[in-house]
Design a protein around this ligand. Structure first.
Ligand code: F6P
Length: 402
C-alpha cells in the first residue's frame, strides 16, 4: 500500500509484527485487528501494493538471529486462521522475550545495527512492535536512528505505561486475580484464617487495587503507599475480631522500607522483620532474604516475595491467628483474554492501520477518554503509578469500614 513516510511515498507490502516483554491478554487481538484491515485493504489494492503480515518470533530476539541460517526461527506469515480463536486467549502466538537490543553488551556488539540489517534482509517495509515501555522505547529509538517506519501498541498487565489510560492485559489480569482471590476466600472463611495473597504488577499497584477491592479483600497493600506493619497488624486484628477471618492482598511492588517513608516506619518495620529473621522457624525467609536481587536485561528488578515477609511478620507478631500465604504468580497473566482486552486489542490493531494510512509513523495508539489517540514512540515511558487522589485509594481497605 502506498503511503507517505517522512514526505516521501513508500510502498509498504511486508509488515513485521513482534511482541516483547511479559506476555498478556490482548496481544493476539492487536495482531488480529491489524490483519483484518490488511486483508480488507488487499481486496481493492493492485497486486503490487498488496500487503502481508509476518510474525517475528520471540520479540526482538528474532532480529538477533541469522536470516540465512535460521529463517524458520525468525518469522512466520500470519493468516486469519491463526488468529480466529487465539485472540480470545492470553499470551502471544508469536512468542516473546525480554531481549534488550540497547543493553550495554548489545550496543557494544552493534545489535541495533545488525537488527536493522536483518530487517532489510527479511524484506520488511514496516515494523509493528507490541510491548510495554521498554519494548516500545526500543522501537522509537530504532525508528529514529534508522529512519524506519515503526508503530507500537501499549501492553502490560501492570497498566503502568504513560500516554494511555489503559494498557491491554490489565483487565484480564484483574479478572483472573479476582477469580483467584474468591477461590481462596472460601477456605479463608471455612477455616477462619488470615491469607496473604501476593499479586504481580511490578511497581504499580493497579492490579492489586482493582482486584483487592473487587475480590473483597479486607486489606490491600500497594507500592504507592507507606506500608507501616504496626498499622497492618491493627487492621488484621480488627478484621479477625469483627468477622473471624481476614484476606490481605499485597502488590508485589509494595515495600517495607523506603527513603520516602518516615524514619519511625522504616525503623519499626526493620525491628519487626529482624525478629523474624532471627527466628530459626523462618530460616527459609532468612535464606531468601540474603540472596542478591535478580535483574532482567532492561535492568528491572525481578520482584516477588514481599508477601512472604508480610506473612512471616504477621505470624510472628500476632497471637491466635492461623496464616497462609499464596502467591498468584503468572496464573493471573494467562488463561482467557477477557472481553475488554479483546476489544481494546482489536481497537489498537485497527488504529495502527489507520495511523499507517494517515502517515502517522513512529506512533502507538493510546486511550484518552476512551478515544484512540496517536502517541509518539519516542515519548513513551513507564511509571504510570496510582495517584494519591485516586478515589479507589482511600476505599481500598474494606476493614476501615467495619
Ligand atoms: O510486567 C509484567 C509482569 O507480569 C510484572 O507484573 C511482573 O513483575 C513481571 O512481568 C514478571 O516477569 P517474568 O514473566 O519475566 O517473570
Amino acid at each position: 500500500m502506498k503511503v507517505q513516510f517522512q514526505g516521501k511515498e513508500v510502498n509498504i507490502k511486508k509488515i513485521g509484527i513482534l511482541t516483547g516483554g511479559g506476555d498478556c491478554a490482548g496481544h493476539n487481538a492487536v495482531i488480529y485487528g491489524l490483519l483484518r484491515r490488511i486483508n480488507q485493504a488487499n481486496h481493492t489494492l493492485p497486486k503490487e501494493e498488496q500487503m502481508e503480515l509476518w510474525g517475528l518470533l520471540e520479540g526482538w530476539k528474532s532480529l538477533t538471529r541469522n536470516p540465512e541460517t535460521e529463517k524458520d526461527k525468525i518469522m512466520v506469515k500470519l493468516t486469519t486462521t491463526d488468529l480466529k480463536d487465539s485472540y480470545k486467549v492470553s499470551g502471544t502466538i508469536i512468542q516473546s522475550s525480554r531481549t534488550n537490543l540497547f543493553s550495554k553488551a548489545n550496543l557494544e556488539a552493534k545489535a541495533p545495527e545488525k537488527a536493522m540489517e536483518n530487517v532489510k534482509k527479511l524484506g520488511l517495509d514496516c515494523l509493528v512492535v507490541l510491548g510495554g515501555d521498554d519494548t516500545l522505547g526500543a522501537a522509537g529509538k530504532l525508528g529514529k536512528q534508522f529512519t524506519f517506519p515503526m508503530f507500537g501498541a501499549p501492553k502490560t498487565m501492570d497498566n503502568d505505561v504513560f500516554g494511555t489510560e489503559r494498557t491491554y492485559g490489565f483487565d484480564s489480569a484483574v479478572e483472573e486475580s479476582v477469580h483467584f482471590i474468591e477461590n481462596i476466600m472460601t477456605t479463608v472463611r471455612s477455616h477462619k484464617r488470615c491469607f496473604v495473597i501476593e499479586l504481580m504488577g511490578r511497581h504499580a499497584g493497579w492490579v492489586a487495587l482493582y482486584a483487592g477491592i473487587a475480590g473483597g479483600a479486607d486489606l490491600v497493600l500497594l507500592p504507592e503507599e507507606v506500608v507501616d506493619i504496626r498499622q497492618v497488624i491493627k487492621k488484621v486484628e480488627k478484621a479477625m475480631a469483627f468477622q473471624g477471618y481476614c484476606t490481605i492482598v499485597v502488590s508485589e511492588g509494595a515495600h517495607l522500607f523506603s527513603k520516602s517513608y518516615p524514619q519511625d516506619v522504616n525503623d519499626s518495620n526493620k525491628k519487626l522483620l529482624d525478629e523474624v529473621l532471627a527466628d530459626s522457624k523462618y530460616a527459609l525467609v532468612k535464606a531468601r532474604h540474603s540472596l542478591p536481587k535478580k535483574l532482567d536485561s532492561f535492568g528491572n528488578e525481578q520482584l516477588g516475595g514481599i508477601g512472604e515477609y508480610i506473612f512471616s511478620i504477621l505470624e510472628k507478631h500476632t497471637k491466635g491467628i492461623e496464616y497462609r500465604l499464596q502467591n498468584c504468580g503468572h496464573a493471573i497473566r494467562g488463561g482467557r483474554a477477557h472481553v475488554s482486552d479483546r476489544i481494546l486489542g482489536l481497537r489498537f490493531g485497527d488504529a495502527i492501520f489507520d495511523f499507517m494510512l494517515d502517515g502517522k509513523f513512529g506512533t502507538y495508539p493510546g486511550l484518552e477518554a476512551n478515544q484512540i489517540v496517536p502517541r509518539d514512540l519516542l515519548e513513551v515511558k513507564g511509571g504510570a503509578f496510582i495517584p494519591e487522589d485516586n478515589q479507589l485509594f482511600k476505599m481500598k481497605d474494606a476493614v476501615d469500614f467495619y
